[in-house]
Design a protein around this ligand. Structure first.
Ligand code: CTP
Ligand code: ZN
Length: 154
């Protein structure tokens, strides 16, 4: 019986950014954090692809767009081990790691229902802390720790 390659590959891009090794369940959160649903560039999203190291992974390719390190840092909350590939003329010219920012502003929701940020128009602000490889958010206002990232929008 003939061997078929049944895997659909996401095509290569000429110039731009490839975000690889995104945990499968967080691909659309990355889309959201980088506001890619409003991007005018071609964006291809691969969700639930097979990965040797992660089991399942997500990949996002954004043509003709190069991100500042601070922008990329925001995705550390949902994809800390993602690889950022900078593509120029079809070649990977740089592989970057995501750097967790010290402070996260206006991105996450505080899990404390009593927190002022959940009652008044106050921009959320957290210090990031890493505990047993997990990122936690220490609220600037109520000083409570938020363990899971909750997006502000939605
Ligand atoms: N890629 C792309 N377009 C290109 C070149 C690369 O979309 N012109 C994508 C590849 O599909 C891959 C990622 O960018 O998902 C990184 O490419 P490469 O470093 O060649 O792949 P790997 O060696 O598998 O990467 P890693 O070691 O980070 O797993
Ligand atoms: Zn709070």
């Amino acid at each position: 019986m003939a061997e078929h390659n049944t895997q659909l590959k996401v095509s290569a891009i000429r110039n731009g950014t490839v975000l690889d090794h995104i945990p499968a369940q967080n691909v659309f959160q990355v889309v959201d954090i980088l506001d890619l649903n409003h991007a005018e560039n071609p964006v291809t999203i691969g969700s639930n692809l097979e990965s040797k190291s992660l089991g399942r992974k997500g990949i996002i390719k954004i043509a003709d767009r190069f991100f500042a390190d601070a922008e990329l840092g925001r995705i550390a909350l949902v994809a800390p081990d993602a690889t950022v590939n900078v593509i120029r003329d079809y070649e990977v010219v740089e592989k970057k790691k995501i750097n967790l920012p010290e402070v996260v502003v206006g991105l996450a929701r505080c899990s404390n229902p009593m927190c002022v940020t959940n009652h008044q128009a106050v921009t959320t602000r957290f210090k990031t802390i890493v505990e047993s490889k997990k990122v936690k958010l220490l609220c600037h206002y109520c000083e409570k720790t938020t363990e899971e990232f909750i997006p502000l929008r939605h």
